[in-house]
Structures are given as C-alpha cells and as structure tokens.
Write a new protein. Structure first.
Ligand code: FAD
Length: 528
C-alpha cells in the first residue's frame, strides 16, 4: 500500500477495498488474508456499528427457519456446526429449546420435528417436566418442547478477532470513521473510492483493484453510488431488551411462526429478549421505543413469567438488510433470511461486488462466496480456508467477554490496578491493553471505541460512573485534550441514554436519576 497527497487529498492504494466493518466485511477481510490477499477495511463509524452490534448473538441451529425457509435453515445448521469448530473462542455452546405454550398453534408445533428432519436439524422432544428441569424459569403452561443445538456467539469478539488475524497474516489494515461518499468510475471499473474521515473532515481517495460492498443495510445506497440499481433491500427494524442477570441457561425460542418477544438468549451474565420486526424507510438513527419494549415483554412473559419482575438495563435496535424479491409485499417477517452476492460486472463494473442479506450465523459462508469471486478475479487459485483454520485469539480481544475482566483482576490481585468500571470490573490495565493492542490506532480510542472493545458501560449503571472515569483516564494519558474528551463523553452518555429511556421503571429510575445528577449537574453536560 502506498500513500501520497496530490492537491491535499490523501490517496491510498490496496488490492481490495472492503466497505463495512460488520461481521460480513471483517469476515471477507480474514477470508482474503488467508488467501494471502491484502485489503483495506473501512467503516463510516467503527466495527459493529450496524446490525452486527445490535442483534441477539444467537448462533441459530436452523430450527427457527425450518418451517418457512428450508434453505436458510440448512445454511444455519451447517454454518453453526463449522463455527463451533473454528471459532469456539467466540461461542457459548449453551444449547437451546423451542417451547409452545397454552394457546399456541398445536398444528405448527406438531409439524416442527418433520420440518427439522427435512433440514437435517437435530431436534429431541422433551416432556414439559424435562423442559422445566432444564429451564426452571419456564412457564408451567408448556404444551410442547424440543431440544435443539442453538448456541450464542459474541459478534464483538468475532469481528475484532477477524480483523486482528487478517492484519497478522497480511499488510491489511482497518480505518474507522471513513465513509465512502462517491466512486470515480472509468473504462468499466471503479478507479477509486472517495471517502471522508468523519472526525477530521479530511478527504481520502482509495484506489483498489477490487471493491467489495459489505455495507449491510446500507449496501443498496453504496451500490447506487456506483450506479448499480439492482440491489434492492427491505429495512426491517428489530428491537431487543437486556436484563441485568442471566434468565436462562440456554436459548429459549417460542415454538410458533416468528413473532415479537419470542427468543430469550443468554449473553454471558445477562439475557437478551426480542425481537420486533417493523419495516422502515431509513436505516439511519433508529431508536427503540416504549411501545416496542412493552410488546416484547408482554410476549416474552408468556414463555418465561419471571421476566415480568426482571430488571432491564437497556433496549437497543438494529436494522436487518432483507433481500427484496420482485413482487414482494414488504413484510419483514415473511422475507427470506438468505443472502445474495451481486457481481456488478453485469452492470459493466468488472471490479465491484456487493454482498448483503443473510445472518450473523451465515457470515462465514457469505465471506467465502465473496473471497472465491475476488480471488478468481485477481487470478489467485488459493482456496477458502475459513472452514478449517481456527480463528486465533489475538491480544486484547478477550475484554468483550462478560465476566472476563473480573476474573482477570481477581487472579492478578494487583491493588495498584484501579477499577474504572465497577459493574463489569474493567481496570486501568485492561484499558491500556485495548489502547495498545486492539485493532484500531491509539488516536481512535475514544470512550465509545473502548466500549466496543470491552464491557465498559454495559453493566447496570449503563456508563454513569465508568464513562467519566474512562474519559478522565484518556485525558491523563494524553489521548484527549481540550474539549474533545467532553464532547465524546456527551455523545457516549447520550447514546447510552437512548437505550435506557424505554426501560425506565423500578430500581432503574433511581439509578438514572443519579446518572443525570452526575452528567448534567456535576459535569455540566447538555444532553438535549
Ligand atoms: C434486531 C436484530 C437481531 C438479530 N439477531 C440475529 C441473531 O440472533 N442471529 C443471527 O444469526 N443474526 C441475527 N441478526 C442478523 C445479523 O445481525 C445481520 O445479518 C448481520 O449482523 C449483518 O452483518 P453485516 O456485516 O452484513 O452488516 P452490518 O453489521 O450492518 O455492517 C455494515 C457496516 O457498513 C457500514 N457502512 C454503511 N455505509 C457505509 C459507507 N458509506 N461507508 C463506510 N461504511 C459504511 C456501517 O457503519 C456498518 O457498520 C439480527 C439482526 C437484527 C437487526
């Protein structure tokens, strides 16, 4: 890669430019690196700022799609089995079950084993008492239950490990806050992507032999920047809520056609309940609403009654990029969860491809298909290796695991290593390790960037104390100067509050009043 600055614009050159730092884009980066092909990965914000950072983290057994979408069910089963072998450091093989409760459609429930069998999904019937023995929080009104091989996967760790491995293997690198705004096109190819650094406003030209659009829900817009109008997506907003403790040992799915509040997924020390599905016009700046939270909770409580008394610390929303089949009526629940790879040579652009749709569970396969296409175009016969080469654990990527920093701190027993986030026990030394070793440069390490690479802000106080402490620490280290840290602190706290607002009841109200006093009165932050 080389850098020069004609007329004040920085120009970078690379073999492959990948647009989008979610699981798909980072998966493509690693797939190519394992074929010895280097790349630059860019994201308009940071890793996982799209759907990859706002999902359940459920590694689907395929059971959820068995009745309606057998191809996706099979893809999920096969990919789930592969990922459990090669990415075990990111996976909790907690198992799962599907349960129908009193009032659910018994025909749908009774056909479940046949649908699973047709998709090769292992599914074992459980009596209501066996189901309750495994998950004591389940309702007593169970009418059918089946055990399946669901698991959970940490998407934050997955993307960080993928980028880290790609950078170890090749001279690939990652640029956050870099948004593609236009393409220079000539002679049937993209000559350069014209990007802007969202922090400095600087323009950056990236020349690449191949360009991959892995921009998730934004892939349609990015394709249109290159004049390709054949990528048609439906935006499906989904909202989830997080409890401050783990409510089940495995995944609990409602055995009925997919609806609101029918999946409860453990995420280490917490649980995630969701999700809604609403078709929206614009994937930017989406916010979870009180109405959505009420709906999810009402449905979830039918399955797990103790959810009614649980303490919820946050709601969040993401946008699923769903492929719009021609003539489709526009219902997010009905649309396929399959993915598509668009080879834009059909639109007379021989070095451009778009990959979108799909699932977190199927990201590896999506990346493999892109890798095969790009390798072929570059004249490489190197095969895909991501199904056989284990994803190694890089330095400073352990901090996204719930409970890890607490175990680490107690094991080291170092009283000089001060705790900055008490809910999740994140210490100064873990912040140092992230700043020095995690993907992203020291200059990129705002309080928000650190929270994406650790558990900072994710506990019961939702950043009330740790946001101030981490910001102060970044000032002490010289990473922040002048007003920059305060501006980042305000943005971080505002973002956290957006998720707290719809779950404000009970004990959480007192917690947030304290947070308001700290941020608005003591620190003088204007959070409007
Ligand atoms: C509520 C919800 C729950 C879900 N639950 C599950 C689940 O439990 N299991 C499962 O398997 N799947 C689940 N999914 C689906 C899964 O999250 C997505 O399929 C997957 O994360 C998509 O990843 P991606 O990398 O393709 O897109 P994204 O993660 O959205 O990444 C796209 C990236 O492109 C960047 N970008 C956009 N425009 C530009 C630009 N102009 N320049 C530079 N960068 C740009 C964005 O900032 C973003 O980071 C869920 C989705 C939602 C919304």
């Amino acid at each position: 890669m080389k850098t020069n600055s004609p007329a004040g614009t920085k120009t970078l050159t690379t073999k492959v430019l990948i647009i989008g730092g979610g699981v798909t884009g980072t998966g493509v980066m690693r797939d190519l690196a394992l074929r010895n092909i280097s790349s630059i990965l860019i994201d308009q914000h940071d890793l996982n700022s799209g759907a990859s950072g706002s999902n359940h983290g459920l590694l689907h057994s395929g059971g959820r799609y068995a009745a309606k979408d057998r191809d996706t069910a099979i893809e999920c089963r096969v990919e789930g089995e592969i990922l459990k072998r090669v990415a075990s450091n990111c996976i909790d093989p907690c198992g799962g079950m599907f349960v129908a409760v009193d009032g659910d459609d018994l025909d749908f429930a009774s056909q479940f084993p046949d649908h699973c069998q047709a998709a090769g999904i292992s599914c074992t019937p459980l009596s209501p008492s066996q189901a309750m023995e495994r998950e004591p929080s389940l309702t007593k009104k169970i009418v059918a239950a089946y055990e399946v091989a669901d698991a959970t996967i940490d998407p934050f760790r997955l993307t960080l490990e993928s980028v880290n491995h790609a950078m170890e293997l090749t001279d690939s690198f990652y640029m956050p806050h870099t948004r593609v705004e236009a393409f220079e096109i000539g002679d049937g190819e993209i000559r350069a992507a014209l990007c802007r650094d969202g922090r400095s406003g600087e323009q950056i030209r990236i020349e690449a032999e191949e360009v991959v659009n892995a921009a998730g829900a934004w892939a349609m817009r990015v394709a249109r920047l290159a004049g390709c109008n054949n990528v048609n997506l439906l935006y499906s907003k989904g909202t989830l809520i997080i409890s401050n403790s783990r409510m089940s040992s495995g995944v609990i799915n409602r055995l009925r056609p997919p609806g609101d509040g029918d999946i409860l997924v453990p995420g280490g020390t917490v649980s995630l309940l969701g999700t809604t599905s609403a078709t929206i016009e614009n994937p930017d700046r989406i916010t979870p609403t009180v109405d959505e939270v009420d709906r999810i909770l009402a449905e979830g409580t039918d399955m797990v009654p103790s959810l009614a008394d649980a303490r919820f610390i946050r709601a969040f929303a993401g946008v699923r990029p769903l492929l719009m089949a021609s003539g489709h009526g526009g219902d997010g629940r009905e649309a396929s969860r399959g993915f598509a790879l668009f080879d834009h040579k059909e639109q007379n652009l021989r070095n451009f491809a778009t990959v979108t749709g799909g699932k977190l569970t199927t990201f590896r396969l999506m990346a493999e298909r892109v890798g095969d296409l790009i390798a072929k175009r570059l004249g490489s016969s190197a095969p895909c290796k991501t199904a056989v080469v284990p994803l190694p654990s890089g330095p400073a990527i352990c901090w996204t695991e719930p409970g890890f920093s607490a175990r680490d701190w107690y094991a080291r027993q170092d009283p000089t290593d001060r705790i900055l986030c008490e809910c999740e026990m994140v210490s100064e030394s873990s912040i140092d390790s992230i700043i020095n070793e995690a993907p992203g440069s020291e200059a990129d390490m705002s309080v928000k960037a650190i929270s994406l690479r650790s558990r900072v802000g994710k506990g019961s106080c939702q950043g009330a104390f740790c946001s101030i402490r981490v910001t102060s620490y970044l000032y002490d280290k010289g990473i922040y100067s002048s007003e920059a840290g305060l501006a980042h602190l305000r943005d971080f706290v505002k973002e956290r509050f957006k998720g707290v607002r719809p779950v404000l009841w009970g004990a959480h109200v007192a917690q947030m009043e304290l947070a308001e006093a700290l941020h608005c009165d003591l620190m003088g932050l204007d959070l409007k």
